[in-house]
Write a protein that binds this ligand. Sequence first.
Ligand SMILES: Cc1cc2nc3c(=O)[nH]c(=O)nc-3n(C[C@H](O)[C@H](O)[C@H](O)COP(=O)(O)OP(=O)(O)OC[C@H]3O[C@@H](n4cnc5c(N)ncnc54)[C@H](O)[C@@H]3O)c2cc1C
Length: 42
Amino acid sequence: MTSVPGIFASGDCRSGSTWQIASAVGEGAITALKIRDYLRSH
Ligand SMILES: Cc1cc2nc3c(=O)[nH]c(=O)nc-3n(C[C@H](O)[C@H](O)[C@H](O)COP(=O)(O)OP(=O)(O)OC[C@H]3O[C@@H](n4cnc5c(N)ncnc54)[C@H](O)[C@@H]3O)c2cc1C
């Protein structure tokens, strides 16, 4: 999650990204799970 609650970032737009497809895909999956957790807690 970014510094703005409820706003998530993954892939190339994220600071520190490796700029590789495999990383972006993996981060996307993790981010989806984090969003699910966030929505469940709200
Ligand atoms: C020329 C080139 C060659 C590459 N070669 C390789 C390679 O060989 N191997 C490798 O692993 N990686 C390679 N990469 C890197 C790889 O393409 C990226 O790391 C990967 O695509 C990042 O995925 P992403 O989903 O984070 O971003 P992106 O694939 O850039 O997706 C972002 C999406 O957001 C959309 N978007 C942007 N602004 C908005 C907005 N305001 N509203 C709605 N949608 C918006 C864009 O249209 C785009 O569809 C290459 C990149 C380039 C440019």
